[in-house]
Write a protein that binds this ligand. Structure first.
Ligand SMILES: NC(=O)c1ccc[n+]([C@@H]2O[C@H](COP(=O)([O-])OP(=O)(O)OC[C@H]3O[C@@H](n4cnc5c(N)ncnc54)[C@H](O)[C@@H]3O)[C@@H](O)[C@H]2O)c1
Ligand SMILES: [Zn+2]
Length: 384
């Protein structure tokens, strides 16, 4: 059988101990770096690493440190406008998915083009400036993908702009950048990476290439997430989580997320629940719904995670249940919200939520088990 894969990933990835020191090499030939970040990251002190490397390389820098979390397309436009007059020839994004997504948009924005134009025609953008992505969460995997997600208030939805031109030129994965990540953010973003791995592996778009990355991401996350989140000094576990998040991003690019992300979009768009948190809330109900259609996939995840032979003699059903139970355990141990209580969602909002969630056909169509509006309603109802 003929197989065809479309391979898109960053050209250069530096990971592991002291990876940040590679910045000097990346900066060679660049005059001025625009550093994109947000206030939380600036306050955490980790900007010292990249700024010092830029100084060492003898390049100029300009700092954009006010980027909003999970921006609307108009807020992203503001960032693009601020950047345009900077004269920088390299964008260094130091942040989570929000910062990296804004950097990607800025990197492809030729004169006169707007973010709104890209919502209408994502491929209109062409790379104008090289990018270096340094994730500070582990994470969205945005450093690996050609996607940029913006919120569209008129639709009360988050929308993905997908354009291969936005793929990063360089990526640095260094555990020091997530060392002091507050537990609530580390946990939610880590579970987002878990969602990417499991959704991409169980997706209709899954293929042998994406499976390699999704399965390895799942294995690394199952093994490392609690230690990485709960022990500030567990640098090996943190490096592994950064690697896993990156692999998750590669899996998204080669495969695609499914109903967790689809039904999560209105929770972000309308109620402004953080991306990782809304995915964590939906992970179990959606995967329990998918269980019977994905027994073989869950079973393979089990075999990858528990390669010590403990699966011998176990049925696919038992392995699938063990994987679901392990995900439940992770959510519990990390204290992540598993319901919408406290997020201002009323039972009377259910129909609007279902209507908005069902619009995300790009991702819903990836779900192995078809999701009807009644199914979506039941899934949301379970977490209300
Ligand atoms: N492009 C993609 O492929 C892709 C994939 C998944 C999600 N996303 C998008 O990414 C966004 C979410 O990104 P995220 O989950 O990484 O969170 P984020 O970038 O929104 O950051 C969340 C918070 O964490 C803080 N923070 C980040 N790193 C920190 C650090 N090291 N120390 C202290 N505080 C820190 C930030 O200041 C911010 O307040 C959403 O908009 C989501 O839709 C994009
Ligand atoms: Zn995600």
């Amino acid at each position: 059988m003929l197989e065809r894969y479309s391979l898109k990933m960053p050209g250069n990835v530096y990971c592991g101990e002291n990876a940040m020191e590679q910045m000097e090499r990346i900066l060679q030939g660049h005059r001025k770096a625009a550093v994109f970040t947000d206030r939380g990251i600036a306050a955490s002190g980790i900007l010292d690493y990249p700024l010092e490397q830029i100084r060492k390389a003898g390049a100029d820098s300009v700092l954009f440190s006010d980027l909003p979390a999970e921006p609307t397309y108009l807020q992203a436009q503001q960032t693009v406008d601020d950047f345009r007059s900077s004269g920088a020839d390299l964008i260094v994004a130091v942040g989570g998915g929000s910062v990296m997504d804004a950097a990607k948009l800025a990197s492809v924005m030729s004169d006169g083009l707007t973010v709104k134009d890209l919502l209408d025609d994502p491929l209109a953008g062409k790379k104008q400036v090289a990018t270096l992505m340094i994730p500070t969460t582990a994470g969205t995997g945005a450093e690996a993908t050609p996607n940029s997600i913006v919120s569209v208030p008129e639709k009360e939805l988050k929308v993905g702009i997908v354009n291969p031109e936005m793929i990063a030129d360089h990526v640095i994965l260094d555990g020091r950048m997530i060392k002091k990540l507050p537990l609530s953010i580390a946990a939610a973003t880590g579970v987002d990476a878990l969602c990417h791995a499991v959704e991409c592996f169980t997706s209709n778009k899954a293929n042998p290439f994406s499976d390699l990355f999704a399965l390895e991401a799942a294995r690394l996350i199952f093994e490392n997430i609690e230690t990485a989140c709960l022990d500030q000094d567990a640098m090996k576990a943190k490096d592994n989580m950064l690697r896993a998040a990156f692999y998750g991003g590669v899996a998204i690019t080669a495969s695609g997320t499914t109903a967790v992300h689809a039904l999560s979009y209105p929770l972000g768009g309308k109620y402004h629940i953080a991306h990782g948190v809304s995915n964590a809330i939906l992970l179990l109900p959606v995967m329990r719904f998918n269980r019977d259609a994905c027994l073989a996939e869950f079973s393979r995840i089990y075999d990858a995670v528990y390669a010590d032979g403990r699966g011998a003699g176990r049925t696919e059903e038992e392995k699938a249940d063990a994987v679901l139970k392990r995900m439940e355990e992770i959510l519990h141990r990390l204290g992540i919200p598993v319901s919408l209580t406290g997020f201002g969602v009323n039972p009377t909002d259910l129909d609007t939520l279902v209507e908005a969630g069902m619009q995300v056909t790009r991702l819903l169509s990836n779900n192995k088990k078809a999701v009807t509006p009644e199914d979506a309603k039941e899934i949301y109802r379970q977490v209300l």
